[in-house]
Design a protein around this ligand. Sequence first.
Ligand SMILES: CC(=O)SCCNC(=O)CCNC(=O)[C@H](O)C(C)(C)COP(=O)(O)OP(=O)(O)OC[C@H]1O[C@@H](n2cnc3c(N)ncnc32)[C@H](O)[C@@H]1OP(=O)(O)O
Length: 310
Amino acid sequence: QASESSVINEGYRNPTELKMSQIVLPCHANHRGELSVGQLLKWMDSTACLSAERHAGCSCITASVDDIHFELTIGVGKVVNIIAKVNRAFSSSMEVGILVNCEDLYTDRQWKVCQAFATFVARRTEAGKVQLKQVIPRTQLEQMEYSLAAERRRMRLLHAEIITDLLSSSTAQPECQEYQDAVPAEQTRVESVELVLPPHTNHQVSTFGGQIMAWMENVATISARCVQTAWTILSPATPWRTLRCSRSRWVSSFSTSFQLRMLRTPPHRAAQKADGQMTSPGSSHRGAQFSSLRMASQMSELLNVCLRVS
Ligand SMILES: CC(=O)SCCNC(=O)CCNC(=O)[C@H](O)C(C)(C)COP(=O)(O)OP(=O)(O)OC[C@H]1O[C@@H](n2cnc3c(N)ncnc32)[C@H](O)[C@@H]1OP(=O)(O)O
């Protein structure tokens, strides 16, 4: 086995690796002047899909995305670099590792924004399920990712089963605690109906995982903002919330979970956010977290996206 450095010296480049760079424009930003998480998720999903398709040599779809921790926010004018590569192919599915860095072109600084793992599945053909060719890891890092990919796959499939069981067999009694300034959960319910138009589709001319996640993030943000006096981010701190998206007639559905945390914003932070400045690396402000998205429906023409903070 060649060492990592010698492989790099030989000019080795992982054939499934794909890099996409985007400059953040005002049209990509949210109301705080930071890159919207939904837009970033769209870019991540598109980059990962191309990497998967390069390996598979055929059309692929997003099956799931593991938990994502957004460590920092990204301001307008910064460059987002997204690198995706296939860590391991199984039968018809493969794990794609996605790394997001942010770059300040004028100061030549770069910093990590997040890392994610997505599962893409090769679309069935008339002949049936596609059998993917195996990935051959060549560097030490690729070998490690190759081993970890199998373990992560085991955990995500188990996790999906546990969540399904939990929801179907839950006997939990509703908790009822008195809080001052409490907001009735129903008041946080937000529903958005999206008509799928050409700009919402990808090269396969169907809604893609990134677009669905962007709609979900949008609705989640509005829902969380219904809870007044608190600055809200998506984070790992609280129990599972369930979001359900479906076709207009609830014919097919997929379920996913958001984890939301309410943060009370100190006044100086609120001012920082209001002036639209980018949060610097090392700052304690975290962007958001998305959790365990499972795609299990076919393309929908009309999607209802509903969320309620419980
Ligand atoms: C709603 C939207 O428009 S989102 C847009 C993009 N995404 C989509 O359209 C995906 C829609 N979903 C689907 O088509 C299906 O649910 C699929 C293809 C993901 C899975 O279909 P299934 O009937 O479960 O197929 P099957 O059981 O053969 O599984 C296919 C592979 O997917 C894998 N898989 C299925 N669910 C998951 C999951 N939640 N996480 C990771 N892998 C999964 C299986 O392990 C299997 O892998 P393998 O072939 O390597 O062993």
